[in-house]
Design a protein around this ligand. Sequence first.
Ligand code: ADP
Length: 442
Amino acid sequence: MNKADQVLTALKAIIDPDLGRDIVSLGFVRNLNVDEHVGVVTFEINLTTPACPVKDDFKREAEALVRALDWVTDVSVMMTAQPRTSGVEPRGKGLAGVQHILAVSSCKGGVGKSSTAVNLAFALAKAGAKVGIFDADIYGPSLPTMVRVPHAKLYVDMNQMIYPREYQGVNLMSFAFTGSGPEDAPAMMRGPMVSQVVNQLLTQTLWGELDYLVIDFPPGTGDIQITLAQIIPMTAAVIVTTPQKLSFVDVVKGITMFDTLKIPVVAVVENMSYLACENCGARQYPFGQGALRRLIDEYGFKNTYQIPIHADVSAFSDAGTPLVLAKPDHPVSEIYRYLAGNVVREISKIRYGESSTPELSITPDQQLQVTRGGKTHLVDPVVLRLACRCARCVDEWTGAQRLLPEHVATTIHPKKAVLVGNYAVAIDWSDGHHSLYPFDTI
Ligand code: ADP
């Protein structure tokens, strides 16, 4: 085996934890150069994003593995990221250099959507990504409050392209920067006009080369949001909610909206989840618990996050400095960073087509057939029917199964099976029941 091959073989031991494959077969190792006479090896590890959460681990491991080859005297590893050109379908010059557009959405106002969008964006930037924030909430723009940049007229070039504002390396644009306040987005500006104005501002802004453009989406799941989600080439969405009971229904509405438009929801953030005691860390849940659990059980969401109510979140938002910048060591900043790392991971899975979405079909003898990762299996309908976790089949409070084997006919079969987003399967049963299962159940 020649020396370059020896290096590549050694590097195959590094597995990307999210994509489940080694970095050599993923094509991450580039520009390998081996100076055989002196034993010096140089190469690049080209990641999907500069904000890759495992970047430092990869570098350390790669150096150690190559150095362990007995003829190697020195190793130099350069960490690079994908060129930012082949991302979103360019729609106009403004978005041409934008790799991924990430919507941060909620069904109601006041749940902390903007705080999450801003802190998530700055957490991504702090992790090394080039980031922009677009405040698409023209009825209640909060970006100018949350990130205080000196007020100045926007610069518009000869081609009517607008230069975004910039704060600590993050490009910013809001309807409010155009000199128009919410009062200038009058009631007469109904659905189609709002989407048109938002889209125009988005595509006429010179965003430059960005890894992530975070869009603070207008709250709700109405016409405006649906139109925007259709016209903006979004990679993924994050939904923000609060723990009140009703909001579970709202989250499901949001998921359904993005689902219909084939935009994967990569995280659900439950904001204002709990109060943590400053001294002992004990948590109080003033709005109760359970909505997130239902989301995990019924929809198979793994990427759920809880952000506590903390005076610092609002204090720093009001002061115009995002918490993750002002107090990077704050426990809530840690949660935002964790969220950002996982969003990056989920997006890179989408990019590599590694989200292991199963294919479903119903066989002529009415069995549910599932194909996942190249393997096909049939699911026992009685077992699956009994595994239904809906409120009618399971006691919501105790978690005990209400639906017992004697209630399920041995002839039960699925009549229809469809995928719900990236995470769940909806089944219409021959007994008239409708069930929702996380993928992992089937
Ligand atoms: P939305 O964008 O959903 O309307 P905002 O992000 O503007 O919500 O938040 C509404 C208010 O709640 C703001 O004053 C914000 O500072 C405050 N807030 C948001 N999240 C938290 C939190 N986790 N703890 C305390 N205050 C919060």
